[in-house]
Design a protein around this ligand. Structure first.
Ligand SMILES: [Zn+2]
Length: 470
């Protein structure tokens, strides 16, 4: 294989520009900090931090060059306190050793972890992490909430969040409720421990918050979540795979399922998600998925398409310039793929959109993906054939309806007609979000109608304004 390091990629900024100004710490403060005990140190540092924030706001580049030794001391103190309070607790019934081994066996470094009882230990957790909120974590990103470390505190209040990897802290934190099944906790632990395999500081002192996949803020979060999602669901599959397969076999009246079979599961935006069985969780007869399912499947498709990329990516997560290596490989495979994956938000709807893009780029179409993954399963093949037919019929009807309502709008000028046309075309668009082969023949017509609707809709507020003014 060609050496990726030799290919220049000018589009990306240099990492950790060393010529940027570095904020000073006065000699007096320096001495005081060195001599103070932990509590005093934190108090002094918090004072200094306020000043630092002002300096950083005036010169954002400065955040990459903040004095690190104090950051490390704060981190060390915090980590110690967290381990003292929560270490070794809340492990009853949890196969945490299995989770730790699973991550280690994948060749990833071992990160420390704690499990926090969300119902009874929330206030203790918030109290200890009070100082984590500030420097050096705010320094990672001006928009603190966008970083994993900055999320450490708010996420315990977010019921949806099963855990977080504090990248500045270098520790995985998993939240537990009395209603959680052990497998949920174990799966989340594998996920967060996987994040521990990324680097926290680049060689030149710049935070690489979500590993090297990040350039700037969290632009590479989809890929980082992809690796974590892949690991999380591989562990889940190992433990629950057989139960899921048995349940499906009963549902579909057939005797064979495998982890790669593609199922259609109801999507959170009202559509559906095509996901392999292994990315689904199963509780009390219900299958569900998360953003990690989408990102995990995305990375699986990419790893499958580009040989050697998985190993390269794991290696690159600990290299200061790793993001460049990754982007070059992706763009060589398919121009623009890296930019497509620079997804800043960790949201299931956004990840689902990216999944559609990656299916198109790696498999060509939904039909090809489904045929390949379901070739051993007649029941699923029939299921998907029906599904494709249904979706095509739906697409056809919605485009036709949009056309009729648009004509009505043109003939009678009723706003309701335009609104109905817009909602029909949106439904058609939602179907076409996935790269269906059958959708190709509707592409042109869809585009023309949509443009017209958009045009009239853009004019609509003006008409309203002029009528209200008269
Ligand atoms: Zn994650």
């Amino acid at each position: 294989m060609e050496s990726f390091e030799t290919i220049e990629n000018e589009a990306l900024p240099e990492v950790g520009a060393p010529e940027n100004p570095k904020p000073e710490v006065s000699a007096v403060l320096e001495r005081e900090l060195a001599e103070s005990d932990d509590e005093k140190f934190i108090a002094l540092w918090r004072e200094r931090q306020k000043e630092l924030q002002k300096e950083v706001q005036a010169n954002p580049e400065m955040r990459f060059n903040l004095p690190e030794k104090y950051a490390y001391r704060i981190i060390t103190i915090m980590r110690q306190k967290l381990v003292e309070k929560f270490g070794g607790k809340n492990l009853e019934g949890i196969d945490w050793q299995g989770a730790v081994d699973f991550v280690r066996e994948a060749g990833l470094p071992e990160a420390p972890f704690i499990i926090v009882d969300r119902e009874n230990e929330k206030s203790d957790f918030l109290k200890i992490t009070e100082n984590i909120k500030g420097y050096p974590f705010e320094a990672v990103s001006i928009e603190e909430s966008n970083t994993e470390a900055g999320k450490l505190r708010p996420e315990i209040s977010n019921e949806e969040c099963g855990g977080v990897y504090g990248s500045g802290l270098g520790m995985a934190v998993v939240f537990r409720r009395s209603t959680d099944e052990p497998i949920e906790i174990e799966k989340n632990l594998v996920h967060e421990l996987t994040h521990g395999g990324r680097v926290e500081y680049s060689a030149r002192g710049r935070f690489a918050d979500n590993g090297v996949i990040i350039e700037g803020d969290d632009l590479g979060i989809l890929m980082e979540e992809g690796i974590a999602g892949l690991m999380e669901y591989a562990f889940y599959e190992k433990k629950r795979g057989e139960t899921k397969k048995a349940c499906l076999a009963e549902m579909f009246h057939c005797d064979y399922f495998d982890s790669n079979n593609i199922l259609s599961i109801e999507g959170q935006d009202g559509g559906f998600m095509p996901l392999p069985l292994k990315y689904l969780t199963y509780v009390n007869g219900n299958f569900s998925y998360s953003f990690s399912s989408c990102s995990g499947f995305i990375m699986e498709l990419i790893f499958e398409a580009i040989s050697g990329f998985k190993e390269k990516m794991i290696e690159a997560r600990s290299m200061p310039d790793g993001v460049k290596i990754i982007s070059r490989i992706l763009d060589e495979y398919s121009p623009g793929l890296y930019s497509e994956l620079r997804q800043p938000k960790c949201e299931v709807v956004d990840f689902a959109e990216k999944l559609a893009v990656v299916i198109k780029k790696t498999k060509g179409s939904m039909e090809e993906l489904v045929a390949e993954r379901n070739k051993n399963n007649d029941a699923l093949r029939t299921f998907w054939e029906d599904k494709f037919n249904e979706e095509e019929a739906d697409l056809h009807i919605n485009i036709d309806n949009a056309k009729v309502h648009l004509d009505n709008y043109n003939n009678f000028g009723k706003t309701e007609c335009l609104e109905t046309a817009a909602s029909c075309i949106a439904k058609a668009g939602a179907i076409m979000k996935f790269p269906y082969k059958f959708a190709e023949k509707y592409q042109e017509e869809y585009k023309i109608i949509k443009e017209k609707i958009d045009f009239y809709q853009a004019r609509q507020p003006l008409t309203k304004q002029s009528s209200s003014a008269s």
